[in-house]
Structure formats: structure tokens, C-alpha cells
Design a protein around this ligand. Structure first.
Ligand code: ATP
Length: 344
């Protein structure tokens, strides 16, 4: 009998409702049993309920350990920023994969899992002036967060039988990036002892060049905050879309294990097409596939991902990708293709 999973569902704005229907339909079609605990983060409800609605969302995610979040409008506050603070998300995992049928300038095949330390680096400190002619900022590399990120990245690599590359400027930022690489090497010793994961390190500038010249050499890439920011956008540009990506924000317990994973699409609420059956659910369905893998349902996760790509490869797509299917018809096509993959 299928294991029953409880998952928090955070409703949002714009096309969120259509995306939610798509995920629900796909979830019902797969051989998994998921009970959704719904928290309404629509703007009108946030305004009416105030802070307690975020407390409810955070409490639900702490209990279930996994949430799917639909796009939310940033009007008074940024819901993502509030949730990040409340749940102490420390790491972001962003897979970037070549999408069949998508026109790109770049012809190489990308299939990366970018695991990024989500805090620190130069992003905590906007800097300060020293007199009138110079400015300075602090760069923070925190041992605990790096350990959490490294453990997570190695566990993804071991789970998916992938290699792991850590990348930084350790020859120049010898203390900060050096600490990061030392921590990764320590975690690597633990993991390679089990004979599971091949680990190598690359200077970040060299990594960018090699990634463009030989993308198939890279699988899981582990980086500090700002490098991860640059790398995610570069990789998205190479696959020809900033808008089809999915990501997961992760929090950890005292023993370094993932305590909460929040899965979402990189794009926004697309109010211009809301309610018109035009929304492309690819990114949120990729996020849902990641969620399924996280729940320990690799078969369903793989079938959904491959089913999605089979559709796009066959030009079964929504209007934003040049297709003529509405959200609902595209979802039905994905369900059919995922079912074929499950049989195959
Ligand atoms: P927000 O303020 O929530 O970020 P936005 O419209 O400024 O919303 P996006 O939601 O990322 O930013 O949308 C940018 C453009 O991409 C819009 O024209 C939108 O219709 C389109 N778009 C975004 N997501 C999708 C999607 N899932 N399917 C189809 N088109 C989309």
C-alpha cells in the first residue's frame, strides 16, 4: 500500500489557483497518497489575517516537513522573505535542466543541481562608507550553514548517483572561501568513505568557462550565496528561460538533517494572464516532482519529470512556449505521458 504523506500547501495570487488545480490533478493521478494541509496566503487573506497566517503556515510546515508554495504578490510585504525568516531557510537547491523543445542560443545539454548556501556571503551587509572616497563591506561564511549545505548536497549526489563539484575563489579569498572548501572536504571524507560520491573542486571563474564548454562534466554544484546567485541565472540563461525553473528552500534541525523543504516555482504571479487558462504549470510541476523525490517517491517523481519533458518534446505546450494547449489540457497531457512513463 502507498505510504501516506502530509504536505503543506500555501495558496497564492494571480495564476496560483490554476497552478494549484494542475498540481492537485497530477498528484491524484500518480501512485502516491498525499494529504494537503492548506494555508491561504492569498493577498486578501494575508491582509485580513495579518501575522498569524504566517505563523500558521510555518507551524504547518514544521509539522509536515514539506510544503508546496504557489506564487504570491509582494504588496505590503514579501511572503517569501517572511517565511524565510520564520523557518530559517539556510540552503536553496535549484535544479536547472535543458528543456526539450525550448529555443536557445546554447546547444549544450545542461542538467545541474545547484545547491547554494542561502545566507551570508556579501549579501548580509550592504557596506558602509569610509570617509567620502571608499566603501567597505563584511563577507560572512558561517561554518554551520556550510556544513548543512554540504551534507545536503552530498546526500542529493549520493541519492541520484551524481558527482559533486564545490566551487569558490579559494586561492584568493583564502580564509572565507578556504573555510568553505575545508568544510566541504571534511564532509566529503565522511561520504567518500562510504564510496558513494565523487567530489572535486573548481575555481569559480574556471567553472563558468567549463560549464559553457563542457556542461555534461557537472552534476551537483555546491556554492556560497553570491556565487549561487550568479550561477543560477547563468544556467537559466543557457537553457533559455528564467521562468521555467523550480527551487526548494531548506531548513535544518540541530543534527544537520533537513527539517523543512519548501518547493516553489521561480516565476511570479503573472496577473496579466490569471484566470484565462493560459498559465504554464511546468515550473510548479517540476517543483512538485522535486517534492516527490524529497518524500522518498523517486518513481513518481521521475515519471512526472519525464512525462513533462515528453510533452514539451512533442510540442504539447502552453501558449508561452508556442503551443496551443490551455493549462488544463496541458495538465491532462502531462498526466497521460507520466502514466506511460510509469508503465514503461
Ligand atoms: P510578480 O509581481 O508576481 O513577480 P510579474 O508579472 O511581474 O508578477 P512574472 O509573474 O514572473 O512577473 O511574469 C512575467 C511575465 O511572464 C508575464 O508576462 C507573465 O504572464 C509571464 N509568465 C510568468 N509565469 C508564467 C507562467 N507560469 N505561464 C505563462 N506565463 C507566465
Amino acid at each position: 500500500m502507498a505510504k501516506r504523506h502530509e504536505v503543506t500547501e500555501l495558496l497564492g495570487d494571480g495564476i496560483a489557483e490554476e497552478l494549484c488545480r494542475s498540481v492537485r490533478a497530477v498528484a491524484a493521478s500518480l501512485p502516491v497518497e498525499i494529504a494537503f494541509d492548506t494555508v491561504n496566503l492569498e493577498h486578501s487573506n494575508r491582509r485580513a489575517a495579518g501575522r498569524p497566517i504566517y505563523d500558521q503556515a510555518a507551524a504547518s510546515m514544521r509539522r509536515t516537513g514539506a510544503g508546496i508554495k504557489y506564487p504570491t504578490a509582494t504588496i505590503e510585504e514579501s511572503p517569501n522573505a517572511v517565511l524565510r525568516k520564520l523557518l530559517k531557510f539556510a540552503v536553496i537547491h535549484r535544479p536547472v535542466t535543458t528543456i526539450p523543445g525550448l529555443k536557445t542560443h546554447f546547444t549544450g545539454k545542461i542538467d545541474l543541481d545547484i545547491v547554494r548556501v542561502a545566507t551570508g556571503g556579501t549579501y548580509e551587509d550592504p557596506g558602509q562608507m569610509i570617509g567620502d572616497y571608499a566603501a567597505v563591506s563584511l563577507r560572512m561564511v558561517d561554518r554551520k550553514t556550510c556544513e548543512q549545505a554540504a551534507h545536503y548536497a552530498f546526500s542529493v549526489a549520493a541519492r541520484d548517483r551524481k558527482s559533486l563539484t564545490s566551487s569558490s575563489k579559494y586561492t584568493i579569498q583564502r580564509v572565507t572561501d578556504g573555510l568553505f572548501e575545508d568544510i566541504v572536504a571534511d564532509v566529503a571524507k565522511e561520504m567518500t568513505f562510504a564510496g558513494q560520491v565523487e567530489h572535486r573542486r573548481e575555481l569559480f571563474d574556471a567553472l563558468l568557462a567549463k560549464l559553457v564548454m563542457k556542461p555534461e562534466a557537472f552534476q551537483v554544484i555546491l556554492v556560497l550565496n553570491e556565487y549561487g546567485d550568479f550561477l543560477s541565472d547563468l544556467a537559466s540563461g543557457l537553457i533559455g528561460s528564467l521562468g521555467l525553473g523550480a527551487s526548494v528552500s531548506l531548513a535544518f534541525d540541530d543534527r544537520g538533517r533537513v527539517s523543512v523543504g519548501m518547493f516553489d516555482a521561480v516565476h511570479g504571479t503573472a496577473p496579466d494572464i490569471a484566470g484565462q487558462d493560459k498559465a504554464n504549470p511546468t515550473a510548479i510541476l517540476l517543483a512538485f516532482s522535486l517534492l516527490l523525490a524529497h518524500l522518498g517517491e523517486p518513481k513518481a517523481a521521475g515519471a512526472l519529470r519525464r512525462g513533462l519533458f515528453d510533452c514539451l518534446d512533442a510540442k504539447e505546450a502552453t501558449p508561452d512556449l508556442g503551443g496551443d494547449l490551455g493549462t488544463q489540457a496541458f495538465t491532462e497531457a502531462v498526466i497521460r505521458r507520466a502514466a506511460e512513463r510509469l508503465k514503461g
